[in-house]
Design a protein around this ligand. Sequence first.
Ligand code: PMP
Length: 360
Amino acid sequence: MSNRAFNFCAGPAALPEAVLQRAQAEMLDWRGNGLSVMEMSHRSDEYVAIAEKAEQDLRDLLSVPAGYKVLFLQGGASQQFAQIPLNLLPAGATADYIETGIWSKKAIDEARRYGTVNVAASGKASDFKAIPKQGEWNLSPGAAYVHYASNETIGGLEFQWVPETDAPLVVDMSSDILSRPLDVSKFGMIYAGAQKNIGPSGLVVVIIRDDLLGKAHPLCPTMLNYAVAAENGSMYNTPASYSWYLSGLVFEWLKEQGGVVAMEQRNRAKKDRLYGFIDASSFYTNPIAVADRSWMNVPFRLADERLDKAFLAGADERRLLNLKGHRSVGGMRASIYNALGMEAIEALVTYMAEFEKEHG
Ligand code: PMP
């Protein structure tokens, strides 16, 4: 019997148990080669095959059309906040940004260091409880790109639609990539830190349209130039080879599960169950506009915050881990990425109902 807890962490997040078991089985001796993937030369035929298969599986899962590069880079999603303007924002041009919470704000602050940023819309007026409708956006004519975060991991709000813009769309999809089908052709660039729905932290996946390559600022560090990464198959230097391999195992697992179509069904059922329970209770609340609620990160508050400690202690006892909300917002947050099944949601809801009965 597995001793694994239900891990509701926002990231690094739960990984599928089957993936961890496979990594364990292959740890010391990868397929009779006598060494671990961690110890392989990234230039070896074996490793290049592992890396290429991972890329192909991700392309298959997201139906990435021709004309896009898929890159496996380092530095997490935060490094992209600088890397994007360094590559895509020429001198004198303007980039539009949509502010919907803490992560999109970080992207804005970093981009401002490299060029002109227009915050075309902000959810500030609603205290980031709702996403501004596209009709209210103040986009710049001729913008180099429009940046937004499709899912604000801390706030728990998510675009349920893709913006329509003339300029290339650049999206931070760190916490909702692979959670459901996606039309990649609508985007100039998609990026995602790995540690939620992809694999171990440190790695960041970038999907970028070919015509956006080769426009980097002259002072853009070589290591941060997308064109250099693309020309070198994401191996200009030593890549995060083990994280890339493990992400490949996650992609294989996703395919076995039925891909993003199956994930959408599972994730819809999961979030409906959890939000449904919260909405039916007078003890727990979720503050986000219903149409903009995240499928992946569900923040909630107890009727009396003096009970937060007891709630978390009881959750830990039941092996429901990492339910504490982000330090900037308090309360609770359940992150329910692909690797968590309905049984995790049922265990959480059962506990929440018991706690309410005792303290409500
Ligand atoms: N964007 C979003 C939406 C995130 O959730 C996170 C991390 N939680 C980041 C960016 C930053 O990712 P990293 O820690 O990999 O730099």
